[in-house]
Design a protein around this ligand. Structure first.
Ligand code: ATP
Ligand code: MG
Length: 442
């Protein structure tokens, strides 16, 4: 077996940890990733596992997915695997599919300074296109954090480290490769990744990597809303949502993702809005830990509830009815939010249903509760009511009523409906002023 040829122009000698001296075993690598690694190797290419897969295996954690890096170019990768699709323009990648598993295969890349066709930066230094190929050493230096730039080489099962990632992994330190400010300017999403990995791995962010975080948040404003949405899912559906949220607020990055929420939370720093968001994120983490399904719709419903609630209250004060107020407020908040982070309709629609069902859950007389119970989004809306009640923002009595109502038989239900309090009239401070017809916009 030949030693890896690391004679790149940069001439950095990597630390190479041979197989017996590290804990990565092929038994812990997914069958698909192994097929890709061996397939490329047999076709004469260099193939390494890289990124989170190597990092997590070295930490004894179960990787979320496996990424492969190779010196084969995308078309060459495609020629090796039948089930390969080339994707991405900004960052061209090969996806190799084995049943349900998809392995991402990236060609080694070099960092680039300016636009020469395949690589492009904008005036602020942000990477617009990143398809300049290079060798493994260049590839290591263009990665984000040192602990993400470790390679497991299928040729000899060694771990290859150009950037001091092994030492940082050992010390629990998250450190950007190169000049942090420049690296954040190249790609502001790296700020969110810093927070995400710090929360997930329980790592300390190195002082130099941390310093620019609180100042460069505004760069996120230029990141396409769709990319931010993808990143938000990783931030809040990765199992460490609460810790991530706290760090995002600590570095003042949260406002660039959810500006309306940040404004509402800032107004009530210790109040139930913060508790509600915190509890929703905590519940998400617990559900994920128990392998229960979670939906971005519920998460977004919770994250945006406070701005929706405040706006709906204003609309009601101006005379709108409760249902109308929630509907208008929900639409306004949604359309403002999607300018910052996009939210596909398949999530925004159920999110608004969860909101709109909140005032409906207050109607417990006559046919209304039966209709509400039949609503396809009842379960999520009821869970949302429980959350609100747990934070003191909705009456616990109302939440308990619905808990009981679901359990009762039809005769018993009739009985409790007859005795139910008549919705909103119980609220003392509510003044109803009818708006002229068509005055629903506010
Ligand atoms: P996980 O998959 O557990 O979320 P990961 O580190 O594998 O973490 P991915 O988004 O899968 O993260 O990316 C794989 C690797 O690609 C990273 O480890 C890193 O080396 C590199 N990478 C990803 N995004 C960037 C980026 N924005 N800038 C530089 N390198 C990146
Ligand atoms: Mg990964």
């Amino acid at each position: 077996m030949t030693a890896p040829a690391d004679t790149a122009p940069g001439g950095v000698t990597p630390a190479i940890v041979p197989r017996p001296e590290h804990r990565i075993s092929r038994a812990n690598i997914s069958p698909g990733a192994l097929k890709v690694l061996y397939g490329l190797k047999e076709a004469g290419y260099r193939a390494c596992l890289v990124g989170g897969g190597v990092r997590d295996l070295l930490l004894g954690r179960e990787p979320k997915d496996f990424d492969v890096a190779t010196d084969a170019h995308p078309e060459e990768i495609k020629a090796v695997f039948r089930s390969c699709r080339l994707i991405g323009r900004r960052f061209r990648l090969a996806h190799v599919r084995f049943g349900r598993e998809i392995i991402e295969v990236a060609t080694f890349r070099a960092r680039h300074q300016d636009g020469d066709g395949e690589g492009a930066l904008n005036e602020e230094g942000r990477i617009l296109r990143d398809n300049v190929y290079g060798d493994i050493e260049e590839d290591a230096f263009r990665r984000d954090f040192t602990v993400n730039a470790l390679y497991y080489d299928i040729a000899d099962f060694s771990v290859v480290d150009y950037v001091g990632g092994l030492a940082d992994l050992e010390a629990g330190v998250l450190r950007l490769i190169g000049d942090p400010e420049q690296r954040y300017r190249e790609d502001p999403v790296r700020m969110l990744r810093a927070v995400r990995f710090a929360a997930k791995l329980g790592f300390r962010i190195h002082a130099d990597t941390e310093a620019p975080l609180s100042e460069l948040g505004h760069l996120l404003e230029d990141v396409p809303a769709a990319r931010l949405f993808e990143e938000i899912l990783k931030l809040f559906l990765g199992g460490c949502a609460l810790a991530t949220f706290e760090l995002l607020r600590h570095y003042d990055l949260f406002r660039y993702l959810f500006p309306l929420t940040e404004a509402a939370l800032a107004r009530e720093e210790q109040g139930f809005p913060l508790v509600l968001v915190g509890k929703a994120l905590e519940n998400t983490d617990i559900r994920l830990a128990e392998d229960k399904p979670v939906t971005p719709a519920f998460l977004y419903a919770a994250l945006l509830w406070e701005p929706v609630r405040q706006r709906a209250a204003e609309l009601e004060a101006e005379g709108a009815g409760p249902l109308e107020a929630i509907q208008i407020a929900g639409n306004q908040v949604t359309s403002e939010q999607v300018q910052h982070t996009s939210l596909p309709k398949r999530f925004s629609y159920p999110m608004r249903e969860i909101w709109m069902l909140q005032p409906r859950l207050e109607r417990r007389r006559g046919k209304a509760p039966y209709r509400t119970l039949e609503h396809p989004r009842f379960r999520a809306a009821y869970d949302f009511l429980l959350l609100r009640a747990a934070c003191g923002e909705a009456p616990q009595e109302l939440a308990d009523w619905w808990t009981d109502f679901q359990e009762l038989n039809p005769r018993e239900r009739e009985a409790v409906v007859e005795k139910a309090p008549p919705g909103r009239k119980r609220r003392p401070r509510r003044r109803r002023r009818r708006k002229p017809a068509g005055g629903a916009d506010a």
